[in-house]
Design a protein around this ligand. Structure first.
Ligand SMILES: O=C[C@H](O)COP(=O)(O)O
Length: 329
């Protein structure tokens, strides 16, 4: 099997972190997106692109290294988080790995993503693996709390050992076009994160237009975001290819202007292998294979790994196994 696309996880890739830039309102004003052109382009991805056989197996192994393995439920418990972390330690059954001939590869997910309450539990459960814990923060999923409370929440998650903080922006700031307020708040969040990387969740399904999504992406990047992320998974409309194209093109524009590479994280409702492959194809075509690395691309997903494991098993045996054979939590 060709494993060109699988790299060993958690090796350090030299990467210049976004230092943040002044808010350039002229640039924000110039941003425009054409929804029908985006839809045409996004529609061509699933229709035209297929990854076959051995290459598909390799892409699926790669996809696992790009997942933020997530549990964000009101009934989460320490036990569920510990089971999720156990899955993160061994994302694929050893018989599948052996039969694929990759039993020697260390394939681990990009991160485990939990609420603040469970950061310590996850940090303990992942000790020695190098898998970072990501905490959703700033009054996830709505982002509506006093800014002081939100900053305190970030600080507490960082103190508990979170290496990545997924903040949510206030959608109202975008809908009002109050770019200065959005910039100031994200900049304050970034400062509170310190060395922890900040992913800014836009809540794209609630931002009304692709132009708003594009402008919000730019403002977050100017304010110092390490990643821009689509959704909390709790909006009515979560990640999709059209919105992804908008955000990816803003990442490209930002990189052209500043030389800084920002990560992209589609999240919410990404549960099937085919969807994952489409997102990866989009990234490869728009930004290049280079961007398909854990420090530049993640899936936020609670159930994608189960489907990938089933597909890998199907690739080996020709049969689909029941979901319970790949339990998540
Ligand atoms: O950030 C991650 C999302 O909340 C996960 O959403 P999901 O449960 O639809 O996969």
């Amino acid at each position: 099997m060709s494993l060109r696309v699988v790299d060993t996880k958690h090796t350090e890739t030299p990467h210049k972190r976004n230092p943040g830039y002044p808010l350039d309102l002229d640039w924000v004003e110039r941003v425009r997106m054409n929804r029908s052109a985006l839809e045409r382009r996004a529609g061509s991805i699933g229709a035209r692109r297929t990854v076959k056989k051995d290459y598909q197996l390799a892409w699926l192994l790669k996809a696992i290294t790009l997942i933020d393995l997530t549990t964000l439920n009101s009934d989460d418990t320490d036990g569920r988080v510990e089971r999720l972390c156990a899955k993160a330690r061994h994302p694929l059954r050893s018989d599948i790995l052996d039969n694929l001939g990759v039993g020697n590869l260390r394939i681990l997910p990009g991160a485990v993503c939990v609420y603040h309450t469970f950061v310590k539990t996850a940090v303990n459960a992942l000790e020695g693996t190098g898998i970072p814990v990501a905490a959703v923060s700033t009054a996830f999923p709505h982002g509506l709390a006093p800014v002081e409370t939100k900053i305190k929440e970030i600080e507490m998650s960082v103190a508990d050992g979170a290496k990545e903080i997924d903040i949510v922006i206030e959608r109202g700031m975008v809908l009002r076009g109050d770019w200065q307020a959005l910039y100031d708040q994200v900049k304050a969040f970034r400062k509170a994160c310190g060395d922890a990387h900040i992913k800014t969740i836009l809540g794209t399904g609630e931002l009304a237009t692709q132009t708003n999504i594009a402008k919000a992406s730019l403002v977050c990047m100017l304010a110092g975001a390490d990643f821009i992320k689509t959704s909390t998974g709790k909006e009515k409309v979560n990640a999709n290819l059209v919105t992804s194209l908008t955000m990816i093109r803003m990442i490209r524009w930002f990189a052209e202007e500043t030389g800084i590479e920002i990560g992209y994280k589609p999240a919410g409702g990404i549960a099937h292998t085919k969807d994952a492959l489409n997102y990866m194809a989009l990234m490869k075509e728009e930004l290049g294979t280079h961007w398909l690395q854990p420090h530049l691309f993640r899936f936020g997903a609670s159930s994608l790994l189960t489907d990938i494991e089933r597909q890998l098993e199907h690739g080996l045996t020709g049969h689909y196994s029941a979901d319970y054979r790949q339990p998540m939590v």
